[in-house]
Design a binder for this molecule. Structure first.
Ligand code: URA
Length: 435
């Protein structure tokens, strides 16, 4: 409990009415309502009314900062000040085929900056980093804070599950928003993401805010507003924060699915891999290094000379995984072939994400298991030439009964047109830093 606010200082109805009527919540009201909700003294229906009032009426910058601080104060804060190197983390708002964390964390570690990456599991059409890494035999996601610190000191990179102690108010509120139509409120998204990142104790943070059909934010203006809100929150809390707005109308790379994405990430670490995955990994690595104050290393050199791959192997081994072990492969495959000669002019991220999910790569409920080998592989990217009868997509699953619904998700999700007619869309759309 925040010591400054007595438990009877406010009541939930007063706070709901203030926001319902378009008012600005006081620091004391915010501290009280977050603390009382975490303790169970504000009922779920009261918090859902308040979340809806925030969605409809918004919050001022000062209110969002206080709300975020109150969520941080609901739990523990990690401290990496004993490390000899600076720290930088990355957060992506989530997209299809977004495996960037996997090559990025060891790459940045290989450049001398420690990466404390607390990740989540996938829910819905976007995959979760932990689900991807769990397809590596032996790898474990749960580390104690002491293990995390030791691995950061030794290897320089850790990707693990966030413990229950970090921003517990957010955990409760996020589950509530999910079932009350209030996920989309920008103040609530920004405070949710940033409370966890600030509590995690990173010195610098790079945000990858996705825009497009496969993203949480479909609209560029809203994505920009979310990015600016998060950059302000990080900056106000003393974390050097920068955001890149990146395209998510086309899925990233050539694969969506757990083991499929690990294999593609290893290709990037070996100096190959799809051009868009390499471009985004390097762009984010450069931003992380700059924000951490390291400007004398080019991450492209660390991919080329194998040191990023060495860091990957050490990072996987440190968490019990075998980086040399064969990755799981789904029992069944179904190939979709090109119906005509021409060019792939469109591949829709949402359609691919939904298909991968229906094949078993993702989960519908938190307690569901995922299939390590399931997912979608596309053999060409928009702009690539195709010939009639050549493989366009391969669907992978352990349960062939899943093919039908996955194929239905892909219907209308890709298009073959005349050569030279693919619209060009930049991957890196904008960069937002503190004013
Ligand atoms: N991710 C989060 O952690 N919180 C949100 O509110 C949305 C995405």
């Amino acid at each position: 409990m925040n010591d400054a606010v007595p438990s009877n200082a406010h009541d939930a109805v007063e706070v709901i009415l203030a926001k319902r009527d378009g008012g600005v919540l006081s620091d004391s009201q915010i501290d009280w309502v977050i603390d009382a909700y975490t303790r169970g003294a504000v009922a779920e229906e009261q918090m859902s009314a308040l979340a809806m009032a925030i969605l409809l009426n918004g919050m001022e910058r000062r209110e969002i900062a206080r709300w975020t601080a109150a969520m941080i104060a609901s739990g523990e804060r990690m401290d990496f000040s004993s490390l000899s190197r600076p720290t930088a983390d990355k957060h992506s708002t989530g997209g299809v085929g977004d495996k960037i964390t996997l090559p990025l964390a060891p790459l940045v570690a290989a450049c001398g900056v420690a990466v404390p990456q607390l990740s989540g599991r996938g829910l819905g059409h976007t995959g979760g980093t932990l689900d991807k890494l769990e397809s590596i035999p032996g790898w474990r996601a749960s580390l104690s804070n002491a293990e995390m610190l030791a691995q950061l000191d030794d290897v320089g990179a850790v990707i693990c599950a966030a413990g229950d102690g970090l921003a517990p108010a957010d955990k409760k509120l996020y589950a509530l928003r999910d079932v009350t139509g209030t996920v989309e409120a920008i103040p609530l998204i920004a405070s949710s993401i940033m409370s966890k990142k600030i509590a995690e104790g990173t010195g610098a943070l790079v945000l990858d805010v996705k825009v497009g059909t496969g993203a949480f934010m479909k609209d560029l203006d809203r994505a920009r507003e979310l990015a600016a809100t998060m950059v302000d929150l990080g900056t106000d809390a003393g974390v050097r924060t920068v955001a890149l707005l990146t395209d998510m109308s086309t899925p990233l790379g050539l694969t969506a699915g757990n083991a499929l994405e690990v294999a593609e990430s290893v290709e990037v670490l070996a100096g190959g891999g799809p051009a868009d995955v390499v471009e985004l990994t390097l762009a984010l690595a450069r931003e992380m290094l700059r924000a951490a104050g390291v400007d004398d290393v080019d991450p492209a050199d660390r991919l080329a000379d194998g040191t990023a791959m060495d860091a990957w192997r050490r990072m996987i081994r440190a968490q019990g995984g075998d980086p040399e072990a064969a990755l799981p492969v789904a029992r069944e495959q179904h190939v979709v072939t090109a119906p005509a000669d021409g060019e792939l002019v469109r591949l829709d991220a949402m359609a691919v994400g939904l298909a991968a999910w229906r094949l078993g790569a993702g989960r519908a409920r938190k307690e569901d298991a995922v299939q390590a080998g399931a997912g979608v592989q596309w053999h060409v990217r928009p702009g690539d030439a195709v010939t009639a009868g050549a493989p366009l997509l391969t669907l992978h699953t352990d349960e062939p009964a899943r093919f039908e619904r996955a194929l239905a998700a892909l219907e209308g999700g890709w298009e073959i047109g005349a050569v030279g007619t693919t619209p060009t869309a930049p991957l890196l759309i904008d960069r937002i830093a503190a004013d």
